[in-house]
Design a protein around this ligand. Structure first.
Ligand SMILES: N[C@@H](CCC[C@H](N)C(=O)O)C(=O)O
Length: 326
């Protein structure tokens, strides 16, 4: 069968976006999983961190589902939502839309450019909870906020939260960031283990200066990615709770693929986060896919560049220069 797709990225966290709305692809979840496994494979001609499936919705302007490169489905993806948001807004000819995700209907809107000539979108990250049952994290307590998990690392304090996909964050020193600590503990909690039965996204945060942080994430279902939007949102919230950053202020979040801004809002005990950043379209392609017993065979038939990635590299250079100071 022929499938049309768009290769896109948010902070170089890259995705294949497939619109099921007007095409009679008839994917079931096994096919979506198999497509994610085959097409995201970096050894294949496409390669990506995940697939974003756009689908019709009865309650919003569109529904989107995110499958990680290992074929698992995630409840949310912030960088992917910016790309999906741009796609839906441009398709409908609007500047604002509501997208149905697994756990919430979320507002997306076109935003003033975060850097020269960069298509920029703002997306809502919600619901946020600290209840360990939501991750789940099997500890004999209700929440974990700036506390040790001695089974994982004695030298770190962690905060666990769902936004609503699960995140484990720690503020670290430069030395800790450069060590193999994050890899060791991320592999532990993302392989069969008693603490996080469903795995977890693990982020190391560095405080750079007031209003700026750096976040590196080992993503559940993928491994290290250039950036993770929900992780950067969760990490910003953690730094606001610690008093290192201000609520309601845009915080610059640097990552290995560029930078975004996150603003955390608190109303009573409810938190919402705005994630603002690029939604870059790299190319559109038509591929021929054969579902065989041995697996999926895919071949690119046509490919057309959007010429947006060269413009994006200027933001990346700017972010790298800034980070080099620390
Ligand atoms: N990269 C994403 C998060 C994707 C899902 C994650 N790997 C999970 O399994 O929860 C983002 O930008 O938020």
């Amino acid at each position: 069968m022929k499938i049309d797709l768009i290769k896109c990225h948010g902070s170089n966290n890259d995705f294949l976006l497939i619109d099921e709305t007007d095409r009679n692809y008839k994917f079931d979840d096994f096919k979506r999983r198999d497509l994610a496994l085959a097409l995201c494979d970096r050894e294949s001609s496409l390669g990506a961190d995940g697939i974003l499936f756009i689908r019709p919705s009865r309650v919003a302007d569109a529904q989107y589902r995110i499958f990680n490169s290992d074929g698992t489905e995630a409840s949310m993806c912030g960088n992917g939502l910016r790309c999906a948001g741009r796609y839906v807004c441009e398709k409908l000819g609007v500047v604002e839309a509501v997208i149905e995700t697994m756990k919430a209907n979320l507002r997306v809107k076109k935003h003033e450019e975060i850097f020269i000539d960069i298509p920029t979108y703002q997306v809502e990250i919600s619901p946020v909870t600290f209840d360990l049952k939501d991750l789940p994290l099997n500890l004999d307590q209700e929440t974990l906020i700036q506390e040790e998990i001695p089974q994982l690392a004695e030298e770190l304090t962690f905060t666990a939260l769902s936004v609503p996909n699960p995140h484990l964050t720690a503020v670290v020193s430069k030395e800790q960031l450069e060590s193999d600590l994050q890899t060791r503990l991320s592999e532990k909690v993302n392989n069969p283990n008693d603490l996080f039965p469903d795995g977890v996204n693990v982020s190391f945060i560095r405080l750079l200066e007031k209003g700026s942080i750096y976040v590196r994430t080992y993503e559940r279902g993928v491994g290290y990615t250039n950036a993770c939007g929900t992780a950067m949102s969760a990490s910003t919230l953690v730094t606001c709770l610690m008093g290192e950053n201000e609520f309601d202020q845009p915080i610059n979040v640097y990552n290995n693929g560029g930078m975004v801004q996150c603003a955390v809002h608190k109303e009573d005990e409810t938190y919402t986060i705005d994630l603002i950043g690029n939604a870059t379209f790299v190319y559109s392609a038509q591929i021929e896919v054969d579902f065989t017993k041995e697996g999926i065979l895919a071949e690119i038939l046509e490919q057309e560049d959007f010429n947006e990635d060269t413009l994006y590299s200027r933001l990346q250079e700017h972010a790298k220069k800034y980070l080099n100071q620390f």
